[in-house]
Write a protein that binds this ligand. Structure first.
Ligand code: 6PG
Length: 242
């Protein structure tokens, strides 16, 4: 595990954008494509906007990039709560990503059908056997310690055979809509798994989750062979023992 503490949220976005560009170049050189699972939530917005700017966008061969999502809210793609919708607005509509390279989670479908459709898409791209191995998985962490849509106390935490599942969310979660999420086996198969967490509001949970033995979902992401990197700003890292 690597912990990178940056002075500000914009510095976190810069560091993550550099990781994205390097990971893409390495994957394309090694395997001819770069498979990435984007995170939802608000934190990665600065990263997506940065990646869409020419300085970074022109360093990525988008024709070789395959974009998936770590999770999605069960809402239509044009709903303001859609993770895909946010990524489209801030990144995907601003880079030359071929439409066939976009693998959104079809949140407009009933949740079980949505999960099954996404699993078919994953199997079509990564093969029906074995666990999909993403080159880069971007994750956030909620202040309850959830990541993707793996929430404390939910059955999805125990899923070890399916690649993606539908899940309800605890009553305190906003937006309080069902989700579809990648499961731990897929997150743990990532070649590079990068958390982006910023803000004082997350500091206590970061101190509990990062490097400790917390049972919370974000603490349970443990890449088997891949690299785990936590990108934190000073505020989110302020309660970490250093
Ligand atoms: C989602 C995300 C979720 C998010 C965390 C952190 O669908 O909301 O996948 O896991 O990463 O809740 O969200 P913020 O970045 O908005 O704090």
């Amino acid at each position: 595990m690597k912990i990178k503490i940056l002075p500000s949220p914009s510095a976190v976005a810069e560091a993550a954008a550099h990781l994205f560009v390097v990971a893409a170049a390495d994957a394309i050189a090694a395997r001819g494509e770069f498979t990435v699972a984007l995170s939802g939530g608000s934190t990665p917005e600065a990263l997506y906007r940065l990646l869409a700017e020419p300085d970074h966008a022109q360093q990525v061969d988008w024709s070789r990039v395959q974009v998936f999502f770590g999770d999605e809210r069960c809402v239509p793609p044009d709903d303001e709560r859609s993770n895909y919708g946010k990524a489209r607005e801030t990144l995907l509509d601003r880079v030359p990503l071929p439409p066939d390279n976009l693998h959104r989670i079809p949140g407009e479908l009933p949740r079980e059908e949505c999960a099954a459709q996404y699993e078919r898409d994953l199997a079509e791209h990564f093969g029906a056997e074995g666990i999909p191995r993403f080159d880069l998985i971007l994750l956030g962490m909620g202040d309850d310690g959830h990541t993707a849509s793996l929430f404390p106390g939910m059955p999805a935490l125990d899923e070890r055979s399916r690649r993606a599942v539908a899940t309800n969310v605890p009553a305190y979660v906003k937006p309080n809509v069902p989700r579809v999420t990648l499961t731990f086996p897929v997150l743990d198969a990532g070649r590079v798994v990068a958390f982006l967490v910023t803000g004082k509001g997350k500091a206590a949970r970061v101190a509990e989750v990062v490097g400790g033995s917390s049972p919370l979902p974000a603490a349970r992401v443990n890449p088997v062979e891949g690299k785990l990197i936590w990108f934190l700003d000073e505020e989110a890292a302020s309660q970490l023992e250093r």
